[in-house]
Design a protein around this ligand. Structure first.
Ligand code: C2E
Ligand code: CA
Ligand code: CA
Length: 573
């Protein structure tokens, strides 16, 4: 400071002298006459003084600036910020902050090269670079949470007895938004991005200091809560995060709602390697999603057991498919109007030597998920068609097709070639599909069904009333039959509303020239009422449970034998 003042004084003196000399040069006539040589000398002195004065001023200014910068008085050049908000300490740590008071020891390079890669010094985290930032939301990204996780594990190992993460007590979780696809479809990408930003803001506000929220990709986020030791505690905190997410969002003046699913675990139980943790959390998250929207699953030992059970089940199913141990059973479908036997629905049955009987509700979705549904269906169709060719020619075989096969354009060709090789007329085959199954890829589904229809196979809409029923689609799809789900049949006779629904579906289907089958008929009054209101056919325990191939043949013999009056006909007449 002192040296600057002395220099400043010297410059002022030089300036003064220079000005005085210049005046002498510029106005010589005003004082005295001088020679030409004297005039040149005076001019040189004047110009030299002014140049010295200018250099001095420039140098003084430069010195002054550096001194002020070192005191932190000069604002840093503003940093370009990719985000709109800096809600959370961690979020702000991972993104450039708004023009701040410069740090005490601001790196010189930053002031001199404002466009150099931005590095922000954070007291806890060290140098955090832009590679840790999610550009859309301004939160940290995947690398950021991996980095923080590893640092927390390492510091826990140092604090404990040296094993990685042995004394760690924090929670880490995955959060997946439910309903983003719909928002993107309705509001476009920009709308979806705006919602993601709002979610990010809410989530980062929902995690306390020392914690972290990052965006992994798409609509998936990850978070860390510090100092958590109990499952109840983290479950409560995760539920709070979901509550915060569920409040309505404003999108161009329209209120939008969404929810999320969470899989969360406590370290070290959930793992100490990030990849293991990620696998375990992914399966906890899948568990939440299966249970419905807005759920939290805390990874636990039971969960681990469930995973092991699933792995065992998967192995056993693979083996059972290879060894043709998954068998079709057959449940009769009866005409409610005249009591005649119309055909059978094939239903898959699996009785594992070690696991015992496993429900198709369990193994069919597993086969779909693990890529086993095609070989399973082919094996079932081959066996079912082999059984059906032995039945009287007027009986049909109704066969369930899974959603996965409706997105495979080869399905129709494969199925037709199987029944051809067995010698079953395609006109005796019906395919049962659900509305939901047709939703994922409606074009391919329509193509598969059209190819089957063309060959003479009839198409049945299964579980009608439980999916996203679209009356328009009923017309478009060239269906032959509709099967009303048993949820509507069960209360019939007791619940007027259920009866009205069944009547309405019947009316609609008659108008569209569709045959209607009522599923899950268990009692005589149900069958009688359905007959009265004009339902064509029925299926359920009243007429027979699903049975194996041999018993089915015996059933047919008994039902169609000498007398065409079977038990069901007696029951409904
Ligand atoms: P679904 O196609 O709706 O099959 C009807 C289900 O209702 C069968 O259960 C059947 O046993 C049961 N059921 C029939 N009558 C009655 C009744 O009167 N009362 C009650 N409470 N239930 C009745 P199952 O065999 O456990 O099959 C469940 C689901 O598994 C089927 O529902 C179908 O979606 C799927 N599934 C079964 N076999 C196959 C198959 O071979 N392929 C495919 N893709 N899915 C299958
Ligand atoms: Ca069915
Ligand atoms: Ca059904």
């Amino acid at each position: 400071m002192k040296s600057v003042s002395v220099e400043r004084l010297a410059i002022i003196v030089i300036l003064f002298v220079a000005l005085a000399l210049s005046s002498l040069v510029l106005f010589p006539g005003a004082f005295w006459q001088i020679s030409e040589a004297g005039f040149r000398t005076m001019t040189l002195i004047g110009v030299g003084s002014m140049a010295a004065c200018a250099i001095g001023l420039f140098w003084m200014q430069k010195k002054n600036s550096e001194a002020e910068f070192e005191r932190g008085e000069m604002p840093e050049p503003p940093l370009e910020s990719p985000t709109e908000f800096y809600a959370h300490p961690d979020a702000s740590a991972s993104i450039p902050p708004p023009p701040p008071a410069p740090p005490q020891h601001a790196p010189r390079a930053q002031a001199q090269y404002p466009h150099a890669p931005i590095e922000i010094v954070d007291e806890d985290e060290g140098v955090i670079q832009l590679r840790f930032t999610d550009p859309l939301t301004g939160l940290g990204n995947r690398d950021r949470i991996v980095d923080k996780f590893e640092k927390m594990i390492n510091s826990a190992s140092e604090d404990g007895n040296g094993y990685p993460g042995d004394s760690a007590c924090f929670a880490i979780g995955l959060l997946d938004l439910d309903g983003m696809k719909l928002i993107n479809d309705m509001f476009g990408r920009a709308g979806g991005d705006a919602i993601l930003k709002q979610c990010a803001m809410r989530l980062s506000n929902g995690v306390e200091e020392g914690g972290l929220v990052t965006r992994l990709d798409g609509d998936k986020f990850a978070f860390i809560f510090p100092d958590i030791t109990s499952e109840d505690e983290i479950e409560a905190k995760a539920n709070l995060l979901l509550e915060v997410l569920q409040a309505p969002y404003d999108l161009d003046g329209r209120a939008v709602r969404l929810s999320g699913s969470i899989g969360v675990g406590i370290v070290p139980q959930v793992g100490v390697q990030f990849e293991t943790v990620n696998d375990n959390l992914t399966s906890a998250l899948a568990h939440s999603k299966r249970a419905g929207q807005g759920r939290v699953t805390v990874y636990s030992r039971e969960h681990e057991q469930e995973n092991l059970d699933n792995a065992r089940l998967e192995q056993a199913l693979r083996r059972a498919i290879d060894n043709t141990e998954v068998l079709p059973h057959f449940q009769p479908i009866i005409s409610l109007q005249d009591g005649s036997l119309l055909g059978f629905e094939a239903l898959a049955r699996w009785n594992d030597p070690e696991l015992g009987p496993v429900s198709p509700v369990k193994f069919i979705p597993l086969a779909e998920k693990r890529g086993m549904i095609a070989p399973l269906t082919e094996s079932l169709l081959r066996q079912a068609a082999g059984a059906a060719v032995l039945w009287p020619a007027e009986l049909f075989l109704s066969f369930n097709l899974s959603s996965v096969q409706l997105v495979d354009p080869n399905t129709a060709r494969t199925m037709l070639s199987i029944i051809k090789s067995i010698g079953l007329d395609p006109k005796r085959l019906e395919i049962e599909v659900t509305e939901t199954a047709m939703m994922s890829d409606p074009e391919t589904a329509a193509m598969v069904l059209a190819d089957l229809s063309k060959a003479g196979v009839r198409i049945s809409m299964d579980d009608f009333g439980t999916g996203q029923s679209s009356l328009g689609r009923l017309r478009e799809l060239n269906l032959d039959k509709v099967k009303i789900d048993r949820a509507f049949i069960k209360p019939i006779g007791e619940d007027k509303a259920a009866e009205h629904i069944v009547r309405a579906v019947l009316e609609l289907c008659v108008g569209l020239e569709l045959t209607v089958v009522a599923e899950g008929i268990e009692t005589l009054p149900q069958a009688e009422l359905l007959k009265r209101i004009g339902c064509h056919a029925g299926q359920g325990y009243l007429f027979g449970r699903p049975q194996n191939e041999r018993r089915t043949l015996a059933y047919i013999r008994e039902y169609m034998g000498d007398s065409t009056l079977g038990s069901a006909q007696q029951a409904t007449s």
